[in-house]
Design a protein around this ligand. Structure first.
Ligand code: NDP
Length: 284
């Protein structure tokens, strides 16, 4: 018979605010489905306590953690090393314990690329991406590393847009340019993939109108959105009407979770179990 064990392996997310972060439900569903006696805790950590919180992870032998707003950049100084991609983005959303070391990685962009690969290979594609914040930086770097031919960054503030273009031009091979977003944006006919990496449409702003000339959408364009809640956005609704293949923000959320799960446990979780857990909490 199996010996009694009341000590589970621990993982968590640190953020502030963090109460509405749904990651716990999808990761714990996957732990159960894989028969792992692991837990995933949702922990509120204020910025001034981040260093002590990371030391706490070490002391208590946590196997891994996620970081969300506002910790993704600040956490780097408390880790023992970070991946090349995380260094390029200057942000870590996933910590993995290896022996005594806490190593940082960034799975957001990899999760997006994994979702995209389910419908097309990013290699050689022309991409238009709206937004230049944290999610856009992660997606920009990973789609560039996955071989995208061209990325047009469209952003409301020129400063952040230009900073992302500079990063991609300096650190990757992709051709990158910036277009200021003022008014409805018109897509060129030869665009392959459109990505909303802004927060337009995020709960509670559910009726937000996406500033795009929707007559410029073509049925062969792949239209994707990072918004996890609600997963159906104005952009995706309009794209579906035209017959475009669409990718919602739950796909990215699940896939970044899959990558973190593999890094922590060495086990492949079932993405369908994770998506079903999220759909249940979001009432999809
Ligand atoms: P940031 O605050 O870093 O960036 C926000 C971006 O959205 C900026 O480019 C900002 O433009 C733009 N933006 C916000 N409001 C508007 C508006 N009304 N009109 C035009 N542009 C606007 O946020 P993050 O990058 O961290 O997050 C962005 C979204 O991605 C969030 O909704 C988050 O939920 C989602 N996300 C989803 C993940 C997933 O797994 N599905 C993972 C990570 C994030 P400007 O520079 O002009 O301010």
């Amino acid at each position: 018979t199996k010996p009694l064990n009341f000590k589970q392996e621990l993982t968590c997310v640190f953020g502030q605010p963090v109460a509405e972060n749904p990651t716990q439900c999808m990761i714990e569903a996957a732990y159960q489905a894989c028969g792992l006696e692991w837990r995933y805790l949702t922990i509120e950590v204020a910025p001034e306590n981040l260093e002590q919180a990371v030391e706490g992870l070490r002391a208590m032998g946590f196997r891994g953690a996620n970081l969300t707003i506002p910790h993704k950049v600040e956490v780097i100084q408390y880790l023992d090393g970070i991946s090349d991609a995380a260094a390029m983005m200057g942000a870590v959303n996933c910590i993995v314990r290896q022996g005594d070391h806490l190593l940082g990685d960034n799975t957001d962009g990899k999760g997006f690329v994994q979702s995209l690969k389910e419908v097309t290979d990013p290699q050689g594609k022309k991409i238009v991406m709206f937004g230049a914040g944290g999610a856009a930086r992660a997606i920009g770097v990973e789609t560039a590393l996955a071989g995208a031919a061209e990325i047009t960054i469209v952003n409301r503030s020129a400063e952040r847009g230009a900073a992302l273009v500079k990063l991609l031009n300096e650190k990757t091979e992709v051709r990158t340019r910036f277009e200021l977003w003022d008014g409805d944006f018109t897509l060129a006919d030869d665009v392959d993939v459109v990505i909303n990496a802004t927060s337009i449409g995020l709960y509670p702003d559910v009726d937000a109108v996406f500033p795009l000339d929707f007559s410029s959408l073509k049925p062969n364009m792949i239209i994707s959105d990072v918004i996890p809640n609600p997963p159906e956005t104005h952009l995706l609704r309009e794209a579906a009407k035209i017959g475009c293949p669409t990718l919602d923000g739950l796909g990215m959320l699940v896939n970044q979770g899959v990558i973190g799960f593999q890094l922590w446990t060495g086990v492949d979780p079932d993405p369908k179990v994770m998506r079903a857990a999220l759909e249940e909490v979001f009432g999809v």
